[in-house]
Design a protein around this ligand. Structure first.
Ligand SMILES: N[C@@H](CCC(=O)N[C@@H](CS)C(=O)NCC(=O)O)C(=O)O
Length: 203
């Protein structure tokens, strides 16, 4: 398998999961501005949508969209329990959580990276985003992980929340979220993924 990634982008979450699972994989770096890959070809040949993450399977299939990639990877090694089994109610809860992270947290803050958006509009985006962080803080004040035990949704949430300093948002305002970031950031797979990406906190 090959994971196309950009340092500290949302592709960090499948990267963490690949390491948590101990699966063999190759990393291909994408320059998100030029769309050039470290292989020399344009990333647009791999994913015409032009964004990471993309996972290329050994049979040549290309899988995109974070929540789909995360679930595919977890299902390759069910004994690691990074996702509940397909067809169970717990799996539906995971899908609910991944959808929340992707649509409300990831997409909810990604416009804040844009230098074209005026600050007063960013303030409006932030107000809505803060409400979502309040919800998450309440959830994580009752448990250490989004769904009881560490799983793919935690790797995804960790990745997106690691962008907050870039938006001048201080995570300490949400005490449970700050503890969550420390807890996930201490995992060996997370440290290894960040080191392998040579990541500084910019998408
Ligand atoms: N819907 C996609 C969004 C992926 C995404 O937002 N990727 C960003 C990095 S976090 C990216 O590569 N953006 C570059 C671009 O859109 O040109 C997913 O959930 O995987």
């Amino acid at each position: 398998m090959k994971l196309y990634f950009a340092p500290n982008a949302c592709s960090l979450s499948p990267h963490i999961v690949l390491r948590e699972l101990g699966l063999p994989f190759e990393l291909v770096r994408v320059n998100n501005k030029t769309k050039q890959t470290s292989e020399g070809r344009s990333f647009l040949e791999v994913n015409p949508k032009g964004y990471v993450a993309a996972l290329v399977l050994d049979n040549g299939e290309v899988l995109t969209e974070g929540p789909a990639i995360l679930q595919y990877l977890a299902d390759l090694k069910p004994e690691a329990k990074l996702a509940p089994a397909n067809g169970t109610w717990e799996r539906v809860r995971l899908q609910e959580t991944l959808n929340f992270v992707t649509s409300e947290i990831h997409a909810g803050c990604s416009l804040l990276f844009s230098s074209d958006i005026p600050e007063d509009v960013k303030d409006i985006i932030k107000e809505k985003f803060y409400k979502r962080l309040d919800n998450l803080d309440t959830t994580l004040s009752r448990k250490d992980y989004l769904l009881g035990e560490f799983g793919v949704a935690d790797a995804y949430l960790y990745t997106v929340l690691s962008w907050l300093p870039h938006f001048s948002i201080d995570i300490k305002r949400w005490k449970a979220l700050a503890r969550f970031m420390e807890r996930i950031g201490a995992r060996a797979a997370v440290k290894a993924a960040l080191a392998a990406e040579d990541a500084t906190p910019v998408v």
